[in-house]
Design a protein around this ligand. Structure first.
Ligand SMILES: [Zn+2]
Length: 272
């Protein structure tokens, strides 16, 4: 499942092509299961820029019209000078850059758990209120983590980090990795997260993002691909997730547990 580093990579690959003018829009036969809202039609519009909040992409069109793209389990975008013919392409924009070059932007999603919302700004703003602080942005601070943990004392930290209404962008591998770098056991109760722990979690998040965003995201078992269809190299920076031996201490076997239904990895030596 694409997490913040993967979505950031896609955003960074699309951004240099913008702005573009949309000349043609195509939908697959089954795109209606992905398209949740259609307050506008992108046909003929200028696509001005792309942004990211948590794990969702925002395609900003002229006249404050915004497409929100959630990638679900296996969604991704392709950028190509020619039409994208890849199987499971559900939405495709043919557009023209300012220099006259054609650009095709295609949403590809084999498992179809992703979603597209074509919103006017008020609806987009309303939709986005469901997301908590984006963990790569200044709004995410040690104080924010501590305060959220205090408000939800009975939850366990690793599962809590996955809640997008608190920590937008964190997914399953990131949550295991953040707890590892912070030295905190995944099943520690929020009420036992101190201010010092919150600072460690904040620092650990920055470290995990640095390792994975710079290397173009991470992929597991055939999921994520970037806009060229490549898989990221970020897997090399992981210290516990999918690891046999902890790469922080270099000598302890990593334990895999199931926490709130999700595979979770930790080092019993490094994490308390
Ligand atoms: Zn260790």
């Amino acid at each position: 499942m694409p997490e913040l580093p993967e979505v950031e990579t896609i955003k960074n690959q699309i951004a240099p092509h913008l702005p573009v003018k949309v000349k043609k829009v195509e939908y697959s036969d089954v795109s209606s299961s992905i398209i949740k809202d259609k307050e506008f039609n992108p046909m003929g519009k200028m696509l001005l820029k792309i942004e990211r909040q948590g794990k969702v992409l925002l395609l900003i069109f002229e006249d404050e019209q915004i497409t929100i793209s959630g990638l679900g389990m296996s969604g991704g975008w392709r950028v190509s000078p020619t039409k994208v013919l890849e199987k499971h392409t559900h939405f495709q924009i043919m557009s023209i850059k300012e220099n006259g070059e054609k650009v095709f932007l295609a949403y590809v999603d084999p498992r179809r758990f992703g979603n597209l919302h074509f919103f006017k700004k008020p609806s987009a703003d309303k939709w986005l209120t469901r997301l908590g602080a984006d963990v790569s942005k200044d709004e995410f601070t040690p104080e924010y983590i501590f305060e959220r943990c205090q408000k939800h004392p009975g939850k366990v930290i690793k599962a809590f980090l996955l809640e997008q209404n608190h920590f937008a962008g964190v997914g399953n591998y990131m949550a295991s990795e953040i707890c590892a770098h912070a030295g905190i056991l995944p099943d520690r109760l929020n009420k036992n997260i101190t201010k010092k722990d919150a600072k460690k979690l904040w620092e650990a998040t920055a470290l995990v993002l640095k390792g994975t965003v710079e290397s173009g995201g991470t992929t597991f078992s055939g999921g994520y691909k970037d806009t060229s269809g490549s898989q990221g190299a970020g897997v090399k920076s992981l210290v516990v997730f999918y690891q046999e031996v902890c790469r922080l201490c270099g000598r302890t076997k990593v334990l895999k547990t199931i926490l709130k239904g999700r595979g979770t990895y930790h080092c019993p030596r490094c994490q308390k």
